[in-house]
Design a protein around this ligand. Sequence first.
Ligand code: ARG
Length: 457
Amino acid sequence: MEKMWAGRFQKELDREADDFNSSIHFDSRMFRQDIQGSAAHAAMLAKQGIITEAEGAQIIEALGGILADLESGALEFDWAAEDIHMFIESVLTQRIGDVGKKLHTARSRNDQVAVDIRLYLRDETREIIGLIKELLAAVVGQAKEHATTIMPGYTHLQRAQPITFGHHLMAYCMMLIRDCGRLEDAVKRMNQNPLGSCALAGTTYETDRAETSRSLGFDGYTLNSIDGVSDRDFCLELMSAYAMIMMHLSRFSEEVILWSSWEFKFVELDDSYTTGSSIMPQKKNSDMAELVRGKTGRVYGDLVALLTTLKGLPLAYNKDMQEDKEAIFDSVDTVKKCLRIFAPMIRTMRAIPENMYAAAGKGFINATDLADYLVKKGLPFRTAYKIVGQTVARAIEENTVLDRLPLETLKEFSPLFEEDVYNEISLETCVSKRISAGGTGPESVAVQIAFVEDFLK
Ligand code: ARG
């Protein structure tokens, strides 16, 4: 197929070079946005009298036909085309002849591709926010069910203080809500129209950039045409937000994997989200969570790849920038796939409260509360802390736990210990009395749940 730009050349492009140069294999997915951008451009050209109203209408109608045919499969992509922009323009010209050749007036592929990616990412980000919300709903559902389910809370992966499973899960909701905020912020900054920047310097035609901005749903247009065609900050901002979503899912995955192990057995994943082993008949593996954890590396890699591609690029457009798409498409696809799997995996996960409770009963998880007991009876915290440390050492020696030490033994460490100590350091008391705002107490967890439910409305 003859290249649109063949006029200047004496020889055809080498076949392998042609293939190397082509981006249609991956940018074809932006066909809707490319057509949307072209239709807006044609409408503006007609409105400004740069082409006639009839020509504008004919171009827009033909673009609509191309869109319908691509969607129905009646029109197939030509994989030999250079990119999606050239492909659609050439089909347009095949269909309506010379009028089609007027579409590219006052435009360049440089501003065309810049507008396409923004439109594409705006659509995809909306979808990703929707998927995060589905995951949030699944997590909140579990948290509500387990608002009073006691489990050990950890620091350094050592049992630290008792918490509820609901409280623990709600921590992930806070991360996911911030993730939505980051995506929304990035879209806000991205939602400026680069179309009309043309190749790099603008144009001599009397275009109306406010018009295309309005019809394409942008909040305004980019103010510097060089920046308009060379900026990919929005890709990097979104990719950093995707990387953080994956980091959150990866931490969550790690916990789900740990909790599913026989060493913990705090949860059991549904059969539909686990796999067996080809040799060990007893195995039930958390492959989905492991894959999510693994795929986090890809999304980080995509971000670093594009940062590195852009580093040192002179203004304005350079072909290097074609590398933006595979990186960001891979991130978008991976994040979406992971969120789609994660939400139902969490929704169908079964908690095993007995095992959580049993684990919370070991490991001196109520030692802080024992110290607080003495503080409330008048001892300075550091003094109480030291006494309890010695008490813990004794319990370890006697192979028992704090709440099983007889009162006489406790009194050896401090005369302030009375019969009421046992109630004060029970796991139930430890949890229900943690009434500080944001703490694990049931009222605080209810506040958190209400906050998330409000966000989801
Ligand atoms: N396929 C190209 C890309 O993805 C479109 C822009 C090409 N512009 C150019 N001047 N060669 O970046």
